[in-house]
Design a protein around this ligand. Sequence first.
Ligand SMILES: Nc1ncnc2c1ncn2[C@@H]1O[C@H](COP(=O)(O)OP(=O)(O)OP(=O)(O)O)[C@@H](O)[C@H]1O
Ligand SMILES: [Mg+2]
Length: 333
Amino acid sequence: MLARETTPSAIVRYLDEYVIGQDEAKKVLAVAVYSHYRKIATLRNDQGAIAKSNVLLVGPSGTGKTLLCDTLSRMLKVPFVTADATSLAQTKYANEEIEAALQRLLDKADGNIEDAQQGIIFIDEIDKLRSSNAAAGSSSGESVQHALLKIMEGSPVKLKDNRYIDTANILFICGGAFVGLENIMTRTHGFGFIATSADDNQNILDRLNKRVKPTDLFEFGLIPEFTGRLPVIARLHDLSKPMLVRIMSTAKNSIYRQYIAIFRDEGVELSIGPRVFEQIAELALEYKTGARSLRGIFEELITPILYLIPDNPEICKVEISSLFEDARYFRRK
Ligand SMILES: Nc1ncnc2c1ncn2[C@@H]1O[C@H](COP(=O)(O)OP(=O)(O)OP(=O)(O)O)[C@@H](O)[C@H]1O
Ligand SMILES: [Mg+2]
C-alpha cells in the first residue's frame, strides 16, 4: 500500500521540511512505517499476521512529537488517525471511543476494510494513562491501557455498521512527554552497561545506557503488557536556540512566513531582523515549554502592528530589528 518511492530517506526528507531537528525520532519513525508495509507485503504468515514494531515517542513537551506524527500522516497516502489518550481516560466509555477511532480509520480508507486493517493509529499523550491516574466519571488509566492493549494485540472489533475490523496488522505509534522519566532513568542507570575495558566502544555503551528501558516505563506507570507492545522507543530532545530560530523563521510553514504572507496581502513588506528571533528564542528557552511559547511571544510583537496596518494604507514596509525597540514604518510616496 505504501508507494515504492516512499523510502525511509524520502520520509525523513519530507519531515525535515516541517520539523526541525529530532533526527533520531524521524529516522526511527520512517523506518518503522516503511518496514511495516514491507512486512505486510512479504512476511505474512498463514494467519495473515505480521510481527509488528509499534513505536513509542518520548520527549519533553513542545519538542515536536505531535507535529511529527501530524506531518507524517499528511505525507503518507495510507489510512492514518490520531486518538488522544487524555480524552480516552476522561470518559467512562473508553471502548466506544476506541471503536470510534477505528471507524475514522475505516472512513479514511474510503470504507475499504482491507486497507484500514493495515493503517496507522497514533495515540497521543499516552503518558496520561499512568495507572495512578483516575478521576470520578472517568476510566482509570490502567483500564484504558488494557482496552488499548486488546486492539494492539489484534482482536476483531465490531463497528457501527456491524462489520468487523481486525487490528492485528495496524501499526500503533504512541507519544508522550513522560515528565519524570528522566529521574527514573538516572536512578536505574546503575543497572545499565558500563565499560569494563578500554576496548569497549564507549559510544555504543552510551547509546545503550540512554535507552528507555521497559522497566523505566513500568515504574512510570505503564503496565508491563503495554510496554511490551511498544518494542521501538524513539526519544525527542530539548530544542536548542538555533533550532528555535529556525522553527520561527525558516521551517516550511513557520510563523514568520505566515505573517509575511498576511502582510503582503495588505500590500506591506514585513522584515524582521535575525536578532529578534534570537531574543524570542531566549525567552522561549526560559519558559521551558519547547517551541510552544514562540507563537505567543511572536504574536505579541506583531499585534500592535497588525492593528495599525489596515487603517494606514500608505504604509508599505515594516521593519523590526529588536524585541525591545519600536518598529520602523516606511510610507508610500
Ligand atoms: N521540532 C520542531 N520543529 C518545528 N516546530 C516545532 C518543533 N517542535 C515543536 N514545534 C512547534 O511547537 C508546537 C508544539 O509542538 P508539539 O505539539 O509537536 O509538541 P509535543 O512534543 O507534542 O508536546 P506535548 O508533549 O506537550 O504534547 C508545534 O505546533 C510547532 O509549531
Ligand atoms: Mg503533543
